[in-house]
Design a protein around this ligand. Structure first.
Ligand code: ADP
Ligand code: MG
Length: 243
């Protein structure tokens, strides 16, 4: 249901994504691991045109986009079928938690304000923040802000959730609550592509692990294979460092 072919992205002379091919099935949870600077964030950002890829085809559900010829309408179509959880939450500082969650429902999906707010309140309950709907991000802990960021992505009800290092900006005390919420999203079989340096978490929640290095997918497989008997020496060297 999700297919990526030959995805390539260059920044000047630097080829950051070097012809990525990837298929993700409905309900599949895919974790990406790898050293920093290898293109993990760029891959996620390119999949919904937060970053415009130079070449390649991206298909999500019934939308298929060629990077070279992508129209604005096609890019919007892709964005509507994906949601994004950012490393640094990327909440609107001047909007309450409720409005942060409701915003996309109103602007992207055209929901009426009252309906969007009702849905946002349901989500606030789900993410354990039922009493914080009127709070602005600055009044929330890092963990609570990232839970709002995840709630916003849940509200989008997207075919693919893209999640980029969701805990790496957090103080250690907030990591667990965010991982627990993401575990629930994964358990609900939300199709997801998650970049994480939490190896135990990747092992727990994913159906498949991709190891990226130098803008390519070097190796992939089920977590139990990837973490205990990786085939590629680069994967093995990386895991020796982080495990
Ligand atoms: P990762 O998420 O794996 O750490 P990134 O995708 O953030 O890696 O970055 C991959 C490479 O692309 C790095 O060399 C980084 O410096 C470069 N890069 C990322 N974004 C930009 C940008 N906007 N302009 C120029 N270079 C960039
Ligand atoms: Mg990154």
């Amino acid at each position: 249901m999700i297919s990526v072919r030959g995805l390539t992205k260059r920044f000047g002379a630097n080829t950051v994504l070097d012809g990525i091919d990837l298929e993700i099935g409905a309900g599949e949870r895919v974790a990406i691991i790898g050293p920093s600077g290898t293109g993990k964030s760029t891959l996620l950002r390119s999949l919904n045109f937060l970053e415009k890829p130079d070449e390649g085809q991206i298909t999500v559900g019934d939308v298929s986009v060629d990077a070279k010829t992508a129209t604005a309408a096609e890019q919007r179509g892709l964005r509507r079928r994906t949601s994004f959880v950012f490393q640094n939450y990327a909440l609107f500082a001047n909007k309450t938690a409720r409005d942060n969650i409701a915003e996309g429902l109103i602007t992207v999906r055209g929901w009426e304000r009252a309906k969007a707010h009702a849905r946002a309140d349901e989500i606030l309950s789900t993410i354990g923040l039922a009493n914080r709907g009127d709070s602005y991000p600055a009044a929330l802990s890092g963990g609570q802000q990232q839970r709002v960021g995840i709630g916003r992505a849940m509200a989008a009800d997207a075919e693919l959730m893209l999640i980029d290092e969701p805990t790496s900006a957090l103080d250690p005390e907030w990591v667990d609550e965010v991982l627990q919420l993401l575990k629930r999203v994964a358990d609900a079989r939300q199709t997801m592509l998650i970049v994480t340096h939490e190896m135990q978490f990747a092992r727990d929640i994913s159906d498949r692990v991709l190891f990226m290095d130098g803008g390519r997918i070097v190796e992939q497989g089920p977590p139990e294979v990837m973490f205990s008997r990786p085939k590629d020496p680069r994967t093995a060297a990386f895991l020796r460092k982080v495990l």
